[in-house]
Design a protein around this ligand. Structure first.
Ligand code: XIL
Length: 299
């Protein structure tokens, strides 16, 4: 096939991109989006500050616009994200303890209910583990409500949308031997052994090249998959977009049957949160880069 989405589909996978609602009126943006991708992740529009800007007052306009754009064109939607230490609205940042726990669970329930039936996967919890050598949880207001906050969030999401596939998503979990990777692995293993509803693990894959893209990434993907979860590359971008690194990441996913799709974190370099690093598959003028050709050829 001649596009990323169609080629991935021939391999039984999706190929998606982060989408910003504010760009859906940009014709050059939507031309590439509609031609190349069969999955979208709202870049910011489903985050807590966007969907519940005031406590108990929910705001879905921009997220609904992305969902409508995607679903009317047969693209699957990844919801991102229900519980996270970052991009919390001010009211949530100022809560703690059981009040915060209840507010978080209510948020999960309300948002997952709103999008029920429209979202294939949810990043239920994002970035809950710490960097460094400890392998433990990141300190955050949510973590301070109790170590079981993650499973409580997954159970609330499952109750609200039983058909959605529920994912844990993080970064710097690519190197199989890293303490953070092992910490997330043990959590997923524990959840599966106790019947906590988890279906998938997302690897953000914000790479800088070099050792940041580990040669054992494929081992990481296959090891998590062996726990009985699907694995996804959820936010792929690579500093300077080296074609060989993009090819290797694509091949790593294709080598693992339960690696069911890849999402890049934006379309053109000018759309990227790392735009100074030109990390994406299209240049700012919308022209395909060498990395695009490498990915398409690998798919
Ligand atoms: C980023 C967005 O791309 C930016 O527009 C925003 O200002 C900050 O968040 N990990 C994640 C994503 O899970 O939600 C982040 O997205 C990038 C890092």
């Amino acid at each position: 096939a001649t596009t990323l989405g169609a080629s991935a589909a021939e391999r039984g996978r999706f190929f998606g991109t982060a989408v910003a609602a504010g760009k859906l009126g940009d014709g050059s943006y939507t031309t590439i989006l509609n031609r190349e991708f069969n999955q979208v992740t709202p870049e910011n529009e489903m985050k807590i500050d966007a969907t519940e800007p005031q406590r108990g007052q929910f705001s879905y306009g921009n997220a609904d616009r992305i969902v409508q754009h995607a679903r009317s064109r047969g693209m699957q939607v990844r919801g991102h994200t229900l519980a996270w230490h970052s991009q919390q609205p001010g009211w949530m940042q100022s809560l703690s303890g059981s009040t915060l726990r209840q507010a978080m669970l209510n948020h999960v329930t309300q948002v997952a209910t709103h999008f029920r039936g429209q979202v294939t996967w949810w990043d239920v919890v994002n970035e809950a583990f710490a960097d460094g050598s400890g392998g433990g949880r990141r300190d955050s207001n949510l973590q301070r409500t109790g170590n079981d906050w993650i499973e409580a969030a997954f159970r609330a999401a499952d109750a609200a949308d039983p058909d959605a596939q529920l994912c844990y998503n993080d970064y710097n979990t690519d190197n199989w031997t890293a303490a953070k990777t092992q910490g997330v692995y043990r959590m997923v293993q524990d959840f599966k052994s106790r019947g906590v509803p988890i279906d998938c693990v997302g690897f953000q894959a914000h790479f800088t090249g070099g050792s940041n893209y580990p040669s054992n990434f494929r081992t990481t993907l296959s090891s998590f998959a062996a726990l009985g979860v699907d694995v996804h590359i959820t936010e792929l971008d690579i500093r300077n977009a080296p074609a060989d690194a993009y090819r290797n990441v694509t091949n790593d996913c294709l080598a693992v049957p339960r690696c069911t799709g890849i999402t890049v974190w934006g379309i053109r370099d000018s759309d990227s949160w790392r735009s100074g690093e030109s990390p994406l598959l299209f240049n700012s003028g919308g022209t395909k880069k060498a990395a695009y050709d490498a990915v398409l050829a690998a798919l």
